[in-house]
Design a binder for this molecule. Structure first.
Ligand code: HEM
Length: 450
């Protein structure tokens, strides 16, 4: 059914998606095949209304409308079904706080991700990547997503708490695993009340959240007592002052630490896992990557100053993030009645946008499902709203350069020494999760002889 046509925005089409079932609406189709269903919405219009059970949601499918949505962050604020669930784990940290609190938080935290800090983080990343992959030997079969998750946990924990040599050994890993899974479960099953039942899963989630709180409390106390800058993220958080000379409270720092852990670990791990599957399926790209790495690294681990000399590595990461943007579906809430695509949206309406949908539009990317890192050889930047693996506007990922550097260093260091070949015979499919991450799969490591 087409929504009433409004002459104020004649260029855009606002429609209701076809195929809604009585009561359940589009929920069964979405749950059955979330990615295919969502990507298919662009064929119906620029703003597509969905009914997900009792809830109405609007999916923005046009890049210009996505740009409007993400730059008008006071009208389209953080909120909605996905965010409300994520808030249970992130607290009110940078990724989940409303626009009213966001400016202050972002100003306080931005110095932690300043360009000048990256070489220092990259040195810690390189050590953690080397440490995590050191026990690997020729012929080993590894669970790829789990191995990449271990690697990015070690990196993120180390860059947060540099004082802890081998910070990856902190019990953060186990807690985060449980918290991430708990949040994903809650997002995919948005039934009211289910998350409060005393099920084993809910109990594990609450315990892990409590343990994480204890760990960060202890670390904050240790750092405050020592009073020295360790050039890590936690030191920057402890030293941050706003224009009134006010710093972050312990509770705020806890929420930011958990935010960085949650936002930084799974995203980069999933990107790396997808990259290995894409390289294995595209041996000619993999051979060229090996060529680039042999020339520049000659078997040694990658360093920060190598990155400008590894353009193919960078394009592989960029193209992986196009095909598999980890944060593939995100939401906003309308704060005051407004208009989008000529359609009136009431306050409280849920608006969704999907980097996955945009990145797979054939009118934006020829042969959109093909892995082609060379499509990025062009010098023109993608038009706003067409390539958004890190979002856009005021809420754009604060860790974009950090995550990209980490993915490039890990990909380069591992691929220069190892060929990672997924075990044949099984299609690697996305997990049922709020994050676009692959289901567990194994791969054989072959030591490369140069
Ligand atoms: C490949 C890796 C990564 C991807 C694909 C990614 C993706 C994203 C996306 C799409 C957003 C915007 C969400 C929205 O608009 O609702 C975001 C925000 C954010 N990301 Fe990342 N991210 C990555 C790595 C990281 C890392 C390494 C960190 C920190 C160490 C991080 C911390 C954050 C934070 C704190 C925000 C909230 C920013 C704000 O609202 O001001 N991310 N990320």
């Amino acid at each position: 059914m087409t929504a009433p046509y409004t002459p104020t925005a004649p260029r855009y089409t606002a429609v209701t998606a076809p195929g809604a079932l009585p009561l359940l609406g589009h929920a069964p189709a979405f749950v059955r095949s979330p990615l295919t269903f969502t990507a298919g919405l662009a064929a119906h219009g620029d703003l597509v209304r969905l009914r997900l059970g009792p809830l109405d949601a609007y999916v923005v499918c046009h890049p210009e409308l996505v740009r409007k949505l993400l730059t008008e962050d006071r009208t389209f604020d953080k909120g909605g079904i996905i965010l409300d669930k994520a808030r249970e784990a992130f607290g009110d940290g940078l990724a989940t706080c409303p626009a009213s609190a966001h400016r202050r938080q972002r100003r306080l935290l931005q110095p932690a991700f300043h360009r000048d800090r990256l070489p220092g983080y990259a040195a810690m990343m390189a050590e953690e990547i080397a440490g995590t992959t050191a026990p690997w030997s020729d012929g080993d079969v590894i669970d790829v997503p789990a191995a990449m998750y271990r690697l990015t946990t070690a990196v993120t924990a180390r860059c947060l708490f540099a004082a802890h040599e081998r910070a990856g050994s902190l019990p953060v890993h186990a807690c985060m695993d449980e918290v991430t899974r708990g949040v994903a479960r809650r997002i995919m099953l948005p039934l009211p009340g289910v998350d409060r039942l005393p099920t084993p899963g809910n109990r594990r989630f609450r315990r892990a959240r409590q343990d994480l709180l204890e760990i960060t409390r202890r670390l904050i106390a240790e750092y405050r007592a020592a009073g020295t800058d360790r050039n890590d993220l936690l030191s920057t958080l402890l030293g941050a002052l706003d224009e009134d000379g006010r710093g972050l409270s312990d509770a705020e720092i806890h929420d930011q630490v958990v935010t960085f852990l949650l936002a930084g670990m799974e995203t980069t791990a999933a990107t790396l896992s997808w990259a290995w599957t894409l390289l294995a399926a595209n041996p000619s790209v993999r051979d060229r990557l090996h060529g680039e790495l042999d020339t520049v690294l000659d078997g040694r681990p990658a360093r920060h100053d190598d990155l400008p000399k590894l353009p193919l590595t960078a394009r592989i990461v960029q193209e992986t993030l196009r095909l598999y943007p980890v944060a593939w579906l995100l939401s906003r809430t309308v704060t005051t009645a407004t208009e989008l695509a000529g359609r009136s949206l009431p306050a409280g309406a849920t608006v969704l946008f999907s980097p996955y949908l945009l990145h797979r539009r054939a009118d934006l990317y020829p042969c959109p499902d093909r892995f082609d890192p060379d499509r990025w050889l062009t010098t023109t930047r993608p038009a706003p709203g067409t390539y958004i693996p890190f979002g856009l506007g005021a809420r754009r990922c604060i860790g974009d350069a950090f995550g990209t550097a980490e993915a490039c260093l890990a990909l380069a260091t591992i691929a220069s020494r190892w060929t990672v070949t997924p075990t044949p015979g099984r299609r690697i499919r996305p997990a049922r999760s709020s994050a676009l991450t692959p289901r567990p799969f194994t791969a054989t490591l072959a030591h490369r002889v140069r």
